[in-house]
Design a protein. Structure first.
Length: 255
């Protein structure tokens, strides 16, 4: 962590480069940051509000407050797996702490999520949804926990992909399956009680539940929800960091 702080300018530079270069050359440019989630929201809302009716009031809001955090997590998982391979020339030629690469990638995705939250708050304001100040105080905590979880998993996957290149393709399928096993498009009440314990093993379940409690239900998340999410985030970050430090010793030979 001390070395990461020393190279903080490098992290900031990589984050800026990713944010600026993501839509470089496209006609709408940075607007795609807001349009992508809005298009996904339109598709899911059409399916679950018109075709397969969920029966949830203001379903578009119910979905939107969970979809944006999920996009951040899934993008970190799938795109982050490639972050070492994408910078292999730099890894082979220049010394710097290799963990800078997953940290900068996840941070750029996190910044993208924060920008998308401007749309969430605009939609909530337009719908005149109440927001409790006490509940909103919990939002940075939930975001920090999700960031830690995403970073931990990205560190494991980015390091493992250097040795096993097929992971880059497998993770797309994993992310799709993971989304359907996370209460993004439905509520936990719709999950049969006898299998709910399986869903609670999913680290994203409590995080999505907390986001929805704060923004959709306008209430403070349950303490056990926050504590569970916090512990899982801390453990995953510690495990991810340890695995990355062990595997990064032979990156140059594998690349």
């Amino acid at each position: 962590m001390k070395e990461i702080y020393t190279y903080r300018e490098m992290v900031a530079s990589l984050v800026r480069r990713d944010l600026k270069g993501r839509y470089k050359g496209s006609a709408l440019g940075f607007l795609w940051t807001f349009l992508n989630p809005l298009f996904q929201l339109a598709v899911y809302t059409m399916v679950f509000s018109v075709i397969m009716r969920s029966g949830i009031e203001d379903y578009y809001l119910f979905l939107f407050v969970a979809l944006i955090p999920w996009i951040f997590f899934s993008t970190s998982l799938t795109g982050g797996a490639d972050c070492i391979l994408a910078q292999q020339d730099m890894v082979k030629k220049i010394y710097f702490p290799r963990e800078v690469l997953p940290v900068s990638y996840v941070t750029s995705q996190f910044m993208n999520m924060l920008l998308s939250f401007l749309v969430i708050f605009a939609v909530l304001a337009g719908a005149r949804y109440p927001l409790r100040p006490l509940a909103l105080l919990c939002l940075p905590v939930v975001m920090a926990v999700e960031y830690g979880l995403a970073l931990g998993i990205t560190m494991v996957m980015s390091a493992a992909t250097v040795y096993l290149r097929d992971l880059e393709y497998v993770l797309g399928i994993v992310a799709m399956a993971w989304q359907f096993l996370t209460p993004v498009m439905y509520s936990m009440e719709q999950v049969p009680e006898k299998v709910r314990w399986i869903f609670y093993l999913n680290p994203m379940t409590n995080i999505i539940t907390a986001y929805r409690d704060i923004l959709y239900y306008a209430r403070v998340p349950k303490l056990e929800t926050l504590l569970s999410a916090f512990m899982i985030g801390i453990v995953m970050l510690a495990v991810g960091w340890a695995v990355f430090m062990r595997l990064q010793k032979h990156f140059v030979e594998e690349l």
